[in-house]
Design a protein around this ligand. Structure first.
Ligand SMILES: [Zn+2]
Length: 384
């Protein structure tokens, strides 16, 4: 028996009483049908409502042939009256996202002629896929237009036109629809076939923030947030920026240039460190000139520096050079040779010294979890 859908009569109704018509077990849950409901089932791109039926939590709501199925965590007595209550904050947010999506899609359709070819209302952000390419500059213009439309606070119109009226109506729709078509119109902005729930006036959307546009298949994917979700996201970004602002001693609107400056300074410092290290390594290497195989221990260094030191010694020692940088329990290594293949030695060493790494025949690099004593003993005992 089809359920009476109170959400289509008044999308702001959060509570109702209803009679339990059936309650059947479904795994460790119960599937409950009612004579009427305020719970919107998943459909038309809009996630379902959550809430309570009596003291039972509603964890999912779906629709099958006009009947709304409430998936509950506790059974309900058939024939009894039960109080239905939806999570209004969730529902209102979904209405804000859904109406915002229609307005953005309407603006894009009007300006560029692109169709909405995919829509996903996730728990974090909303994504909409369009059939054409949208540039970041166009994204800003669309966002501006969408917010201006919201500020006009136009009333939403929902109606079921007869076949003749429908045929003359320039509405957006993803698929061919049969039966009575429910039209959602934001006057002057968008007309679309939709079974979802919407705010009564655009002003309730509050805010639309278009977060990104990326190429997607032959078109674009836009990521957006509306209403409370947009405010929460922008507040989180604001808090981040405030911390960055304090860390960089930069004004809130100048953090990007301050971060860019810092990055440049860091690159210059890293370049200078490498230059100085190379000078030190070259001097250090001189002590091993003509010494043949060398085993060298150093304090912790970046893997790149370990490699450069091994190279510097290798260029003068006339044998194999192994550099271990770090402390007991955690050494980075770089080993080079001018002849032969180090990879067998490297595998044996990784096995013996709890290490990882590898490389080319003439050069291997990695790390071991061993003490200096264990490393020295490994090299003293190895078969050359
Ligand atoms: Zn819709």
């Amino acid at each position: 028996m089809p359920t009476e859908k109170l959400f289509y009569v008044n999308q702001y109704q959060t509570e109702a009483t209803a009679t339990v018509l059936s309650c059947t077990p479904d795994g460790d849950r119960w599937r409950v049908t009612l004579d009427r409901t305020v719970f919107y089932p998943t459909g038309g791109g809009q996630p379902c409502d959550l809430g309570t039926l009596g003291d039972s939590q509603v964890v999912d709501v779906s629709e099958h042939e006009g009947e709304v199925l409430h998936l509950c965590d506790k059974p309900l007595p058939v024939g009894e009256t039960v109080a239905c209550r939806i999570d209004w904050a969730r529902r209102f947010s979904l209405m804000q996202q859904h109406s915002g999506e229609h307005i953005v899609s309407g603006i894009i359709h009007e300006r560029f002629g692109y169709d909405n070819v995919g829509f996903h209302m996730g728990s974090e952000t909303i994504t909409i896929d369009y059939s054409g390419e949208i540039t970041p500059e166009e994204l800003r213009q669309i966002e501006q237009a969408a917010n201006e439309a919201i500020w006009k606070n136009v009333g939403t119109e929902i109606f079921f036109p007869d076949a003749q009226t429908l045929a003359a109506l320039p509405y957006r729709s993803k698929k061919a629809l049969s039966g009575a078509v429910r039209i959602v119109r934001f006057p002057g902005l968008d007309i679309c076939a939709c079974c979802g729930l919407h705010v009564a006036r655009t002003g309730e959307i509050g805010l639309v923030k278009l977060l990104s546009v990326t190429r997607f298949h032959a078109g674009s994917r836009i990521e957006l947030l509306c209403g409370g979700r947009a405010l929460d996201y922008l507040s989180a970004i604001y808090d981040q920026n405030r911390e960055i602002s304090a860390l960089l001693s930069a004004k809130p609107l100048e953090t990007a240039s301050a971060a860019a400056r810092l990055k440049d300074e860091l690159s210059a410092a890293q370049y200078r460190i490498t230059q100085l290290e190379n000078e030190v390594f070259a001097r250090k290497a001189q002590a091993f000139a003509g010494k043949g195989d060398v085993l060298l221990f150093e304090t912790a260094m970046q893997p790149g520096a370990v490699r450069r030191l091994a190279d510097a010694v290798l260029s003068v020692c006339g044998g194999r050079c192994a550099v271990f940088a770090g402390a007991d329990g955690a050494y980075q290594y770089a080993i080079g040779t001018r002849e032969g293949d180090l990879r067998g030695l490297c595998r044996a060493m990784n096995d013996a010294l709890r290490g990882r790494g590898g490389g080319k025949p003439g050069f291997v690099q990695g790390s071991v979890s061993a003490s200096r004593l264990e490393i020295e003993s490994f090299f003293a005992n190895e078969n050359r």
